[in-house]
Design a protein around this ligand. Structure first.
Ligand SMILES: O=C[C@H](O)COP(=O)(O)O
Length: 247
């Protein structure tokens, strides 16, 4: 299986979070981009501040590795206008894919109309510019029933508001990888959580992200039906694939 084609190789820590400078972060993102170019990885997923430099880096190397970035990361509580502004800037800077964190706190407070409004307006912006949009629902913050309900809502809102041929460009994504759990539970993609998402996503593709570390886990996710995997361990994951699989 060509796992690389499913991967969004991510580096999403801010300089403050990693204790390194802006320049060092940019250097890390360039290394990530080069690894993606060298290994047939589908996309790099980086912070908005680095999109224009990394897009240029990839274009100068005549590569078609996609550049994705995160919007409203990682809590998802930004206002809709702030998410739209951040997404517009990322589009101007050359992002190909926009991974929005949905306002799952608002969803948990029953503010479903607010969540629908941000979903529709932000997706509209991305689709108008021919981008892929992904909606991170942060499954570690939700019960199984809530994962099913929010995924189904997103699928219904997408069907109601967008053309059939746009639906394959709107993903539902499991996790930021940054959510703090309090009880030692996984904070990212679990097989059960992903199954629930796949059962409720209708025509929308699903992305598993957070905690995917081994080729076995990646293959299992793909066999379940996910169309993309986000991981900060892309190279290690590919290196551990058996050589008979063509890496
Ligand atoms: O999609 C993005 C996630 O941040 C990746 O999480 P991870 O660091 O657990 O692989």
């Amino acid at each position: 299986m060509n796992i690389a084609r499913y991967l969004d190789s991510t580096y999403l820590k801010t300089p403050e979070q990693s204790g390194i400078s802006h320049e060092e972060t940019l250097q890390k993102d360039k290394e990530l981009a080069q690894e993606a170019i060298d290994n047939g990885i589908f996309a790099v997923m980086i912070r908005p501040d680095y999109v224009s430099e990394i897009k240029k880096y990839i274009q100068e190397r005549n590569s078609n590795v996609a550049v994705g970035t995160v919007i409203g990361f990682h809590e998802g509580t930004y206002s809709v206008d702030d998410k739209l502004a951040e997404a517009s800037k990322a589009i101007e800077d050359g992002a190909d894919e926009l991974d929005f964190v949905i306002n799952y706190e608002a969803y948990l407070q029953g503010k479903t109309e607010l969540v629908k409004d941000e979903f529709v307006r932000c997706s509209q912006l991305g689709l108008k510019h021919n981008k892929i949009v992904k909606w991170i629902i942060e499954i570690a913050a939700l019960t199984d029933v809530q994962i099913a309900d929010l995924t189904k809502n997103i699928s219904n809102w997408a069907e109601e508001n967008f053309q059939e041929n746009d639906l394959s460009r709107i993903f539902v994504k499991s996790s930021t990888g940054f959510y703090q759990t309090h009880d030692g539970k996984p904070n990212g993609a679990t097989f059960e959580g992903i199954r629930i998402m796949l059962d409720n996503a209708g025509k929308l593709p699903v992305k598993a992200a957070g905690g995917v570390r081994t080729p076995e886990d990646a293959e299992k996710m793909i066999n379940l039906g996910v169309k993309r995997i986000g991981t900060s361990s892309a190279l290690a994951l590919l290196k551990n694939q058996s050589s008979s699989e063509g890496y």
